[in-house]
Design a protein around this ligand. Structure first.
Ligand code: UTP
Length: 294
């Protein structure tokens, strides 16, 4: 098995209940930061890391996602005729090669591990990436690219890691590590959503993974874990102590939890401020709103 990663799974079959009622008809991944849906940020990050095969694990009510990646010939024609080249290029940048995307249904939201397992027949015997589009990471070098470069040296399994406040550890998969002074470190244990006070560290797993196909075999057992769900964390942890070691990678960049309302709003402000054409207007508004803001 080589260490080249060209396939990514995007599990997008969750119910998105934290954004109800919006997610009653709009998939969470279509929600927009400035003018691009969350899924577009995830796809761009994957492409930048060398991914050429994209697998979406979807569910009922996610038709808008498939439509988003279809061509829009009438719109393109209209923009071309009106000479709106900038918009035309923005639109064409979202086009995907025919056959590059595969859609698989997860019929029941049984957990992230189960969603990834649903894609097993499309993976074969190669390592693959998993990207959760609701974790948006702003970084000079895209997070998955950082990981792919590290992975070329290590092989095995790799999870993106970030320090979180001790009172937040029960919301994440948490790593047990011998030492973690460098950006890349070996993991000796993983626990999903540990009860308060029982976390082995405050190093949390964030939604970027590079995994060995052995993890899919571990998921065959369909064991349930925290919250009664089939957890990806548990299936990765089952590889610890085998030849497929598990590594944590502390990425450079700022992560926004766009699966939560507060994180989504913070990302909207931050991405808005990073756009030259919006910056002055938005910054002016924020300063008026919050006196004393620099
Ligand atoms: P979340 O824990 O954010 O769950 O899933 P959710 O259903 O999307 O949102 P809430 O908590 O109800 O608001 C993390 C990722 O795992 C995927 C989700 O689509 C999201 O990308 N997922 C989760 C699945 O694909 N299937 C599942 O059964 C569970």
């Amino acid at each position: 098995m080589n260490n080249k990663v060209t396939t990514a799974i995007f599990p997008v079959a969750g119910l998105g209940t934290r954004f109800l009622p919006a997610t009653k008809s709009v998939p969470k991944e279509i929600m927009t930061l400035v003018d691009r849906p969350l899924i577009q940020y995830a796809i761009d990050e994957a492409r930048a890391a060398g991914i050429t095969e994209f697998i979406f694990v979807t569910s009922r009510g996610k038709g808008a996602l498939e439509d988003y990646f279809d061509l829009a010939p009438n719109l393109e024609e209209e923009l071309r005729a009106k000479g709106k080249d900038d918009l035309l290029h923005a639109l064409q940048d979202t086009n995907m090669d025919s056959g590059a995307i595969a859609y698989i249904r997860q019929h029941k939201a049984l957990g992230l591990g189960h969603a990834v397992w649903c894609a097993r027949r499309l993976i074969g015997d190669q390592p693959f990436a998993v990207i959760l589009p609701d974790d948006v990471i702003a970084a000079e070098k895209p997070c998955l690219k950082q990981m792919v470069e590290a992975y070329e040296e290590t092989g095995g399994n790799m999870v993106a890691a970030m320090e979180v406040a001790p009172e937040r550890t029960s919301a994440y998969g948490i790593l047990d590590v011998e030492q973690s002074d460098s950006n890349l470190f070996e993991v000796k244990g993983m626990v999903e959503k540990p009860p308060a006070g029982q976390a082995p560290s405050n190093l949390a797993v964030i939604g970027r993974y590079i995994l060995s196909p052995s993890v899919l075999r571990n998921l065959d057992a369909k064991s349930t874990g925290a919250g009664g769900e089939i957890q990806l964390t548990d299936a990765i942890a089952a590889d610890i102590g085998t030849e497929n070691k598990v590594y944590g990678y502390r990425f450079s960049g700022q992560r926004f939890d766009c699966g939560s309302k507060s994180g989504f709003l913070q990302a909207t402000v931050s991405f808005g401020l990073s756009r030259p054409e919006l910056r002055d207007d938005l910054a002016g508004y924020l300063k008026d709103l919050v006196p004393g803001l620099e």
